[in-house]
Design a protein around this ligand. Sequence first.
Ligand code: G1P
Length: 277
Amino acid sequence: MMKKCLFPVAGYGTRFLPATKSMPKEMLPVVNKPLVQYGVEEAIQAGLTDIALVTGRGKRAIADHFDISYELEHQIAGTSKDVYLESIRKVINAGTFSMTRQREMKGLGHAILTGEVLVGHEDAFGVILSDDLCLNNGGDGVMAQMVKLYKQFRCSIVAVMEVPADEVDKYGVIVGTELNKGLYRVESMVEKPPIDEAPSNLAVIGRYILTPDIFDIIRETPPGKNGEIQITDALNKQASDGCVMAYKFKGRRFDCGSVPGFVEATNFVFENYYDKN
Ligand code: G1P
C-alpha cells in the first residue's frame, strides 16, 4: 500500500525575496496556513501519511512546524485560541515526518533522488511541490485522485493541465494518447520547451506518483534544461521503456511560486475557505 509522499522543499524562493531571505518560501502563509501545510494535508487525505521532506539550509522552520510546540500548547490549551491550532494538531497526529538535506541545488530530479533514503524502493510514492497549491472544493484532492488511478494502472503518473500557448516554456510538457477523457498514456515529455517547439499545451504541475525504478533512471540522467537534473527527463525515459500516465486533475491549481499566483490563491482561499467569524 502506498504510504509515502516526498516534499522537495530545499529551493530558495528567489521570486519572493526579501520575504524569503531567512524564511523558507514553503512557510509563506496563504491566509493563515503555510503553503507546505496545504500540501501535507493533501497527502494525508490521500492516505500518504509518511511525509518525507527533502530540506536544505535555512529550512528548520518547516521541521518545527510539523512538531509540537510545548510552550505554545501550554499557553493556549483551554483558552478560546485553541481553535487556531486545530488544523496543525490534526496533521501532526496523522503523519510521520522525516527529513534529509539536499546539500546542493541540482534540480528537481536530484532533489527526488536525495529523498531515496527516506522513501525506499518498497512501493510507489507521491511527490508534491508545495508551490503549486491545489484545491478541489472539499472533494478529493489531486493526490487522492492520483492514488486511485495508481491502484488501477500501477505506473508513474503526472498531473497535467492545459496552459495558454505562451506559458508552455515554464513547465514540463507531455504528448500522449488519450485513453479515457482526461487520461493519457505519455509518449514523451520535454522540460520547458521554447514556445515555438512545444509539442502540446499539456503542462505538468507539481503532483507526481513515481514508481521506485525512477531512482536508478535519475542516477543515469545527465543534466538537462538549465544544467539541472530534471525529473521530466527521467520520466521521459520511463515513458519510453514502460508506462507513464498523465491525468487532467479535477480542481484548481495556483502557481504560488509567483507573486500574482500567490495573491490569487490568497484571495480565493479567503473568499471560499476561510471562516471569517
Ligand atoms: C518544476 C518541473 C516542471 C513542472 C513544474 C510544475 O519546474 O521541473 O516540469 O512543470 O515544476 O510546477 P519549476 O517550476 O520548479 O521550475
